[in-house]
Write a new protein. Structure first.
Length: 148
């Protein structure tokens, strides 16, 4: 850990990208005018951001295609929990049976799977050489058919 948890619990300023910020950082960013009224946050704020990042990496496509709602439930119950004290540590996430189940230990296999799925199967605009600026990652959005 870069900083100890006692120091991290005194973090207050809402630094980072708002889309990835947990509830306590969003509160500081949008609701509070005076820094003395800011809510403290800890490294669990990073766990929230990691949960959002996983969603943005399109693991939800795996969920919908596999028919398995366990990843969605895991993210909601743990990493994206509004109660910061109940979010797991990074070590607990890496040791989680469910995370190990969804990710290949071989990073190259995982990368090849994602490239095949997102670029070759879902990115039909680029494969069809339609007039666009770059990869169309929005095509992946159409695959999402669940609610958080």
């Amino acid at each position: 850990m870069i900083v100890n948890e006692r120091v991290a619990e005194r973090c207050r300023t809402p630094d980072g990208t708002p889309d990835y910020m947990c509830a306590e950082k969003q509160y500081n960013l949008k609701r509070v005018a005076n820094i003395t009224d800011y809510k403290n946050y800890s490294t669990s704020a990073d766990i929230w951001s990691l949960g959002v990042l996983i969603l943005h990496m399109q693991l939800c496509v795996r969920m919908t295609q596999s028919g398995d709602g366990h990843l969605k439930q895991y993210l909601n119950d743990t990493m994206l929990n509004f109660d910061s004290s109940t979010r797991p540590t990074a070590k607990q996430i890496l040791e989680s049976y469910l995370i190990k189940k969804w990710c290949n230990e071989n990073l190259e296999q995982d990368k090849n799977y994602l490239v095949k799925l997102f670029i070759y199967e879902l990115d039909w605009q680029n494969r069809s050489k339609l007039d666009i600026d770059g990869y169309n990652y929005d095509a992946c959005e159409a695959v999402r058919n669940f609610n958080f």
